[in-house]
Unconditional design. Structure first.
Length: 461
C-alpha cells in the first residue's frame, strides 16, 4: 500500500511528494497536472502536482481510481493505494471515512464511461496490445515488478514516463558495464506509448511530435532471433499509427553492432615530469545524457614539459558518444572580475564546434563539446574515438600549485547545456551509484523496455 498526503493552496493540489532529485524523476505532463514517479521507488502510483483540477478531473480516476480521484478533488487530506482487485484504490478522507461507491471523480463515473477511455486512435490497439509473440509490454518499469496492481492507463503512463527518463538520464558507462540505449528504439517505444494515453496529455499534438522518428533502426532489429518478432510488430503498429495521423515516417536503413568496450588511458605524455593530479566524478546535471561515462571520473594532471607547466584533462566518454567536435579553446578567468584574461579566447555554446566543424553530440544534438574548469583555467575538450576519452590541455595558470585544494577541484560541463558553476553536492556519488545500480538491474528485469533488452544483447545506439 502507498499512502499519499494531500496539500492544497492557491496554486493547486499536491498529491504526495515529488522525487527528491532530478535524476530520479520520471514525468508525464498531463492536462491540468504533472505526474511524477521516482524511478527508485517500486510503487506504481505517481505523485501529482495538480494546477488545474477541472482539467485533471477528466482523467485522474484512470490513474488513482474513481474513489481516490474523488477524494483528491473533494477535500481529502490523504489517500492510500491498495492492492485489492485489479485497480481498486481506497480513499481515506480527513475524518478517516471512505467515500461511497457512488462518488464521481468528474465527468464519467467509471473506467468504462470516462473521457478518453479508448487510448489512441480508434483503429489502434491500446498500449497493452500484444506486439507479437514474445512481446513484453512494459507494465511496470520499477525494479520490483508486480508489487502493486495497476490499471492499463496507469501502466502505460508510467511506461512512457520511464522511457522519457531513460532518454534523459540513462547512465551509459564502460566502467560500470551499462550499455548505451538506442535512442531510435526508445523514441519508437515513446511514440507508441504516447498514442496510448493521448487523451490525458497536455500537448494536443503529442502523437504527431512523437512520430517524428526514424523506423530504420527498429526494422533493422527484425532479424534478431529474440527481439525480431516484437520489433516487426511495433514497426507495423507505428506505420499504421502514422498513416492515421498523416505523418510520413523516416525509414533510413540502419545497421547495429555491439559496442567496442575497449578503453585507452589518457593523461600526461611520455617523458613529462608529473607534478600533481586528481580525479572528480562528473556532475550529470552539467552534461547531456549519453555523452560522458556515467560511472567515470574526470582526471587532471599537471606536468612539466618543455620548460612550462601543462594541465591535461581526460574524461571517459559514454559508449555512444560519437560525432563530437572540439570544444572551446583554453582561456583564463580572472576570479576577481570574471573577465577573460588577455590573449585567451571567449567562447559561447557553438564557438568551438563551429571552428572545428563539429557535428552533433551523439543523439542529443548540441553543437559544442565539453569544457573543463579547474582553478582559473578553462580547457576545451575534444572526443578522441581512438581512446574513448574527451581530452584537452593548456598551459597552467601562474601559481596553480599554490592554490588551496578546494580551488583545484575539476568541473566538467557542456557549454550549450550548463554553465558549470554549481558546487559539488556531498551526496552526489551515492546518488549516481544508485541510478547506475538501477540501470544495471533494468537490463534483466521482467519489465524492461525493448531498448533496454536490445542493449543487454549488445545492440546499442
Amino acid at each position: 500500500m502507498t499512502d499519499f498526503s494531500i496539500e492544497r493552496d492557491d496554486s493547486g493540489i499536491r498529491v504526495g511528494s515529488l522525487p527528491p532529485h532530478p535524476e530520479r524523476t520520471a514525468l508525464v505532463e498531463a492536462r491540468g497536472a504533472l505526474l511524477a514517479w521516482d524511478v527508485l521507488d517500486p510503487h506504481a502510483h505517481p505523485a501529482a502536482d495538480i494546477h488545474d483540477p477541472d482539467l485533471a478531473a477528466d482523467w485522474l480516476w484512470e490513474i488513482y481510481g474513481p474513489e481516490a480521484a474523488s477524494a483528491v478533488l473533494s477535500g481529502a487530506s490523504r489517500i492510500a493505494t491498495v492492492e485489492e482487485t485489479g485497480a481498486e484504490v481506497e480513499a481515506q478522507a480527513e475524518s478517516g471515512s471512505t467515500p461511497g461507491p457512488g462518488s464521481n471523480p468528474g465527468p464519467g463515473s467509471g473506467p468504462e464511461s470516462g473521457p478518453g477511455s479508448e487510448p489512441g486512435p480508434e483503429s489502434e490497439p491500446g498500449p497493452e496490445a500484444n506486439l507479437g509473440p514474445g512481446a513484453r509490454p512494459e507494465s511496470d518499469p520499477g525494479p520490483d515488478p508486480g508489487r502493486e496492481s495497476t490499471t492499463p492507463v496507469l501502466a502505460a503512463a508510467r511506461a512512457l514516463a520511464h522511457l522519457r527518463w531513460a532518454e534523459a538520464w540513462w547512465p551509459s558507462s564502460h566502467e560500470a558495464a551499462v550499455p548505451a540505449l538506442s535512442i531510435p528504439l526508445l523514441r519508437a517505444e515513446i511514440a507508441w506509448r504516447t498514442a496510448g494515453i493521448e487523451h490525458l496529455l497536455d500537448d494536443e499534438e503529442a502523437v504527431e511530435r512523437a512520430l517524428n522518428l526514424d523506423l530504420g533502426p527498429l526494422t533493422a532489429l527484425e532479424s534478431d532471433p529474440v527481439l525480431g518478432t516484437e520489433a516487426l510488430a511495433l514497426a507495423e503498429n507505428l506505420t499504421e499509427l502514422a498513416e492515421d495521423y498523416g505523418v510520413a515516417l523516416q525509414t533510413a536503413p540502419a545497421r547495429f553492432s555491439p559496442e567496442d568496450w575497449a578503453l585507452a588511458a589518457g593523461g600526461a605524455e611520455a617523458g613529462d615530469l608529473v607534478l600533481g593530479g586528481g580525479a572528480t566524478p562528473v556532475d550529470w546535471a552539467l552534461v547531456p545524457q549519453g555523452l560522458v561515462d556515467g560511472a567515470g571520473e574526470a582526471r587532471w594532471t599537471l606536468a612539466h614539459r618543455g620548460g612550462v607547466q601543462m594541465l591535461t584533462v581526460a574524461v571517459p566518454a559514454a559508449p555512444n558518444a560519437v560525432g563530437v567536435g572540439v570544444g572551446p579553446t583554453a582561456r583564463e578567468v580572472r576570479p576577481s572580475t570574471g573577465e577573460v584574461a588577455p590573449g585567451t579566447s571567449e567562447f559561447g555554446p557553438n564557438t568551438g564546434g563551429a571552428a572545428s566543424g563539429a557535428g552533433e553530440i551523439g543523439p542529443i544534438g548540441f553543437g559544442a563539446a565539453l569544457t573543463a574548469r579547474i582553478g582559473t583555467a578553462e580547457i576545451g575538450l575534444h572526443h578522441d574515438p581512438n581512446t574513448g576519452f574527451f581530452t584537452g590541455e593548456a598551459q597552467a595558470p601562474q601559481g596553480f600549485l599554490m592554490l588551496p585544494g578546494s580551488d583545484r577541484i575539476l568541473r566538467v560541463f557542456a557549454p550549450a547545456f550548463a554553465i558549470g558553476t554549481a558546487a559539488a553536492e556531498p551526496d552526489g556519488p551515492a546518488r549516481r551509484a544508485a541510478i547506475i545500480a538501477f540501470a544495471q538491474a533494468r537490463l534483466t528485469t521482467a519489465g524492461a523496455s525493448l531498448a533496454e533488452r536490445a542493449a543487454a544483447r549488445g545492440i546499442g545506439a
